[in-house]
Design a protein around this ligand. Structure first.
Ligand code: 15L
Length: 275
């Protein structure tokens, strides 16, 4: 175990879906892990430490990140929402997190960005992490904002920032779109570890995706940093296709990587949304 792993690592959004799936995997790796959220997880285990913090409250965020070496920042609103919800949880909340972390001398932040920062790329295009953002929702815009904030804090304040454009975390892909973007809990923990420990990161954007044959993303930078995903979406194709048959077609969402996030509230011309 490196020294870094014994230090205080704050995990925001720990009571949410990804937090619940990854907490048991992170606990043995990071003895200094501190869970944080607006509400305490209902299944808090003996030995787990919890600090309550509302991201819109700078004082509460400051108390949570005090003395931390690193932060895994999953907190915020995790799907599309009203402007007010997104503004508070993902814009103001994300700013409070980075700024209070800076003031507290936090060295590393792993930021949960999302595939929805680039959701309007068509499925027929393979994209890397260097493409212009094409958010598919207010939520996607907030994730692009978080990536930009991460770049600012890396360039201006020397923080080590890793943004993970997460696909969909779960035990297996739940429809055919997720065959391309699915990531297992074990694989996302590998990416958290790279963000918290790898010596060669300054600012990076990586795709949070398993080793899926149907992937739309070039994740070579993650591989260069040692990422060796073990999940394979193809192993679950039959299940994903059976689920897809129950969902039915979405003429706009099926064209774009972001799926239903692109078709929701859509009033444009799908042809002009373009290649
Ligand atoms: C996300 O960013 C969401 O947090 C998650 O709930 C899923 O909707 C996922 O994207 C997805 O695209 O499947």
């Amino acid at each position: 175990m490196t020294d870094d792993r014994t230090r205080r690592i704050v995990f925001t959004g720990a009571a949410g879906g990804i937090g619940t799936m990854t907490r048991p995997l992170l606990a043995p790796l990071y003895p200094g892990l501190v869970l944080s959220d607006r509400v305490e997880p209902t299944d808090l285990q003996p030995g787990e430490t919890f600090v309550k913090a509302d991201l819109t409250r700078p004082d509460e965020v400051a108390a949570a990140v005090k003395g931390a070496y690193g932060v895994i920042h999953l907190g915020g609103h995790s799907v599309e929402g009203s402007w007010e919800q997104i503004l508070n949880a993902n814009i103001i909340g994300c700013y409070n997190l980075f700024e209070e972390a800076r003031k507290a001398g936090v060295k590393r932040i792993v930021f949960a960005s999302s595939n929805h920062a680039v959701g309007f790329y068509p499925r027929k295009r393979r994209i890397g992490t260097d493409v212009t953002v094409r958010p598919d929702s207010r939520y996607g815009v907030s994730k692009a904002f978080g990536e930009a904030l991460g770049a600012l804090y890396a360039d201006k304040h020397g923080m080590i920032v890793t943004c993970l454009r997460i696909g969909n975390v779960g035990p297996r892909p739940i429809d055919t779109r997720r065959l391309s973007i699915w990531i297992s809990p074990e694989d996302i923990v590998q990416l958290f570890r790279i963000g918290l420990e790898h010596p060669d990161i300054r600012f990076d954007i990586l795709y949070g995706v398993s080793d899926n044959a149907a992937s739309w993303w070039d994740n070579s930078r993650a591989r260069q940093l040692g990422y060796r995903p073990t999940g394979k979406g193809e192993d679950h194709r039959a299940h994903a296709e059976a689920e897809q048959a129950r969902i039915g077609p979405d003429p706009i969402g099926d064209v774009f990587q972001g799926g239903t996030f692109t078709s929701a509230e859509f009033t444009g011309d799908p042809k002009r949304a373009g290649p």
